[in-house]
Design a protein around this ligand. Structure first.
Ligand code: GDP
Length: 365
């Protein structure tokens, strides 16, 4: 999964990006992997793999990962090439979801590009740039399709959809607001890779005092929550500055510090939970002497698709999945004991994988 962090300049994106990548690297003892300064790979904290790894004395415990991309440079006019413009829009296109950081903290020492703190205005500024960029894509596509549509019925249908999308965006709405029950139409819309079709999580960057009540007494946060609720998005409250401090602590100090702040989970944990929920993701687990590992899949994925996450050969040659629920596995102490108690299920290609399933795939090569 790849998440792009966007937001106006000076809202705390880099602070958040740096703290998330550092904290995620520490939480799972995952080697902090820097592909490029703006890309960080973060381990998804999951206590289950630690337990399973210890049960099996696994040589390696590998968490699921999320890739974060710090997409700076998105400013008013970016879609017209202002600032660093189009390159950044291209970076967003490659992401599965957008984490949109909005400033909800007042601090006279930190200049706001538009002179005052107003997160909904900021959200609309950025979203408008994304809409402009999508409109450009649609206009180009319409011009191209129009030429051949006269003689081709399926292109005529595509042209209709493209025009409907254009009207929607011209009305200031994101492509995610496009509704259809037709799976083919939905697939065509998805194939356009529009920026405003991507799921969005708003990160409300607040000051320390707002963390204990999760921003409930901060009117800026309330405004962001109302906006997100109307746009099928999620919000999580975070203090980028505090996250930066938390990221520098070790695990035991971290728990004490969070308690002192009156919070139970860090911003990274909240963000991961929000993205899993918004994107409909779950994790399944594999375990053995060599490696215990968590894998991320879409909710509703069937066993062969899950196997394909591990290796494409597993999907192609899928025979069956031997499945034990995580709790059963831990209670029994081993897969052999679980099997004896009748808690290991043999599942076929139509089995819908559940969160926390411990799976051994059988396949033909
Ligand atoms: P970016 O341009 O969005 O990447 O913003 P930065 O992360 O560089 O932050 C801009 C400025 O705001 C820096 O001086 C940060 O120290 C400050 N800043 C970031 N987050 C917070 C916060 O939660 N509270 C306060 N008071 N300042 C912050």
């Amino acid at each position: 999964m790849k998440l792009g962090i966007v937001g106006l300049p000076n809202v705390g994106k880099s602070t958040l990006f740096n703290s998330l990548t550092k904290a995620g690297a520490q939480a799972a003892n995952y080697p902090f992997c820097t592909i490029d300064p703006n890309v960080g790979v973060v381990a998804v904290p999951d206590a289950r793999i630690k337990t399973l790894g210890e049960m099996h004395h696994s040589k390696k415990v590998t968490p699921a990962v999320i890739e974060f991309v710090d997409i700076a440079g998105l400013v008013r006019g970016a879609s017209k090439g202002e600032g660093l413009g189009n390159q950044f829009l291209a970076n967003i296109r490659e992401c599965d979801a957008i984490v949109h950081v909005v400033r909800c903290f007042e601090d006279e020492n930190v200049i706001h590009v538009d002179g005052s703190v107003d997160p909904v205005r900021d959200i609309e500024t950025i979203n408008l740039e994304l809409i402009f960029a999508d409109l450009e894509v649609l206009e180009r596509r319409i011009a191209k399709t129009q030429k051949s549509a006269n003689n081709d019925k399926s292109l005529k249908k595509e042209l209709e959809i493209l025009k409907e999308l254009k009207v929607l965006l011209e009305d200031g709405k994101p492509a995610s607001a496009f509704e259809t029950d037709d799976a083919d139409v939905a697939a065509f819309v998805a194939s356009l890779c529009l920026l405003t079709a991507k799921p969005v999580i708003y990160a409300a960057n607040v000051k320390e005092d707002d963390l204990a009540d999760d921003g409930a007494s901060n009117p800026h946060v309330t405004a962001v929550r109302a906006y997100a609720a109307a746009h099928q998005s999620k919000v999580f409250c975070v203090s980028a500055q505090i996250e930066e401090e938390i990221a520098a602590l070790d695990e035991s100090e971290k728990a004490d510090y969070l308690e002192a702040l009156g919070i139970s989970v860090s911003g990274l944990d909240k963000l991961i939970a929000a993205s899993y929920e918004l994107l409909g993701l779950i994790s399944f687990l594999t375990t053995g002497e060599d490696e215990t590992r968590a894998w991320t899949i879409k909710k509703g994925s069937k066993a062969p698709q899950a196997a394909g996450k591990i290796h494409t050969d597993f999907e192609r040659g899928f025979i069956r999945a031997e499945v034990i629920g995580y709790d059963d596995f831990v209670r029994c102490g081993s897969s052999a004991a679980a099997k004896e108690k009748g808690l290991m299920r043999l599942e076929g290609k139509d089995y819908v994988v559940q969160d926390g399933d411990v799976i051994l795939f059988r396949f033909n090569v």
